[in-house]
Design a protein. Structure first.
Length: 208
């Protein structure tokens, strides 16, 4: 006979997942795009803005997950008890891992469905319109709560930084994405443009 899953554990799991979306927003806004580019994680993240096919190495993400478990699990256990605290932690870390997958796929794979379309439009507006806004990657909730939403008719994507799924073999935007994006500038990328992109990213500005 299958044992039912206790409802409080399910609630704790969901709260843990929601807790990650808040942590994601706060880290993105106040650490990765905070005043100092020298903070832990900020330099790597701004390099990602300057070079959108760059992602921090897997071992850094693994260390971040271990550190999060070491902090979240004991605190959740004190607040909610052992079983519920564990469920909260699993929800939190599970959502973190899902965030990593969804974030990478936004850069490497085309959208599928309404959520995939929204997630890419929102994230690339953050990259190419205003890095100080649209801080939520997996959810619009906290941008709404903290008034950092970013709404644009079309995301203007520099050709030299265009996502591979956005353009065809000739470097032109696929017609299916033309309602959401437009390409601007030249596709040429040399030392000068790479340096300019790095300056803009580390200053929390959109690419020129």
């Amino acid at each position: 006979m299958q044992m039912p899953i206790p409802i409080p554990w399910v609630g704790s799991f969901v709260l843990g997942a929601l807790g990650w979306t808040l942590a994601e927003y706060l880290l993105h806004r106040f650490v990765f795009h905070g005043a100092s580019a020298r903070r832990l994680g900020a330099s790597e993240h701004r390099r990602h803005h300057a070079q959108v096919d760059y992602f921090a190495p897997w071992w850094q993400k693994a260390l971040a997950a271990v550190a999060a478990v070491a902090v979240v699990w004991p605190l959740a256990g004190v607040v909610a008890g052992g079983a519920a605290g564990l469920a909260f932690t699993i929800g939190f870390i599970g959502m973190y891992l899902l965030y990593e997958v969804l974030h990478r796929r936004a850069h490497t794979h085309p959208p599928r469905g309404a959520y995939g379309r929204w997630r890419r439009r929102n994230h690339f507006a953050h990259h190419f319109t205003d890095p100080r806004r649209a801080q939520g990657v997996t959810s619009p909730l906290w941008d709404r709560v903290f008034s950092t939403r970013l709404s644009v008719d079309k995301v203007r994507v520099p050709r030299r930084l265009a996502m591979p799924w956005l353009v065809d073999a000739c470097g032109d935007i696929w017609p299916v994405y033309a309602d959401d994006y437009e390409l601007v500038g030249s596709a040429h990328r040399d030392a000068r443009t790479r340096e300019a992109d790095a300056r803009a990213a580390f200053a929390n500005r959109r690419p020129e």
